[in-house]
Design a protein around this ligand. Structure first.
Ligand SMILES: [Zn+2]
Length: 203
């Protein structure tokens, strides 16, 4: 914990003064251009990967970068954050970012026993379609790296079920992107929107 406290003090001493004008501007409003949905994994920090400044990214992080399909009346935090980012803040792009060595995807691909973490098991049911797609293309067991890609594609599809997203896509004011971050190399792969074949290319 002490390292976090020391970090706050270093931020206040060194980082904040250098960005004081930016924080003054941000103190009354935010105008992020993108909603970034990544995994809660400690190794995948959205702002660091994208070199984004405060105010640029509206961020949601969940285990496995999962986005539940829209359920009327559910009132969950992910749905509320998506709606706010798109309908109120007017972001023009949404990135769903998976990553290598994802614990959630590894548990799914390898069928780990999750009985000791029932909330995790329940949450990962949001990736059942991801696993089904990966299994349909695998001849010899599901590879984690393949499941990571199929999962990003599936979460983009889930994203489009949210009414605010559907409206913005119809109005062509919003674009969806699927990325995969490789922890070992820092590479970011753009897998396209996940409809049909992947159109993988490095960024
Ligand atoms: Zn992960």
């Amino acid at each position: 914990m002490q390292s976090l406290i020391d970090g706050v003090r270093r931020f206040q001493r060194e980082v904040f003064p250098a960005k004081a004008d930016l924080f003054t501007w941000l103190s009354t409003a935010q105008h992020p251009t993108a909603l970034f949905i990544g995994c809660s994994d400690s190794r995948v920090p959205p702002e660091l990967i994208t070199s984004a400044e405060p105010g640029e990214l509206f961020v949601i992080r969940t285990a496995g970068n999962l986005v539940p399909a829209y359920a009327p009346g559910a009132g969950d935090g992910v749905t509320a954050s998506i709606e706010y980012a798109v309908a109120e803040l007017g972001v023009t792009d949404i990135v769903v970012c998976g990553h290598s060595a994802c614990g959630a995807m590894t548990a799914l691909a390898h069928g780990h026993d999750l009985s000791a973490v029932p909330a995790v098991a329940g949450w990962l049911r949001n990736a059942e379609s991801s696993r089904a797609r990966a299994e349909s293309t695998a001849s010899n067991g599901v590879e984690v790296a393949d499941l990571v890609r199929w999962n990003v594609a599936a979460q983009l599809a889930n994203m489009a079920t949210h009414p605010a997203v559907a409206r913005a896509l119809a109005a062509r004011t919003l674009t969806l992107h699927g990325w995969v971050f490789d922890i070992a190399t820092g590479a970011v792969e753009d897998i396209g929107t996940g409809t049909g074949e992947f159109t993988s290319k490095g960024l």
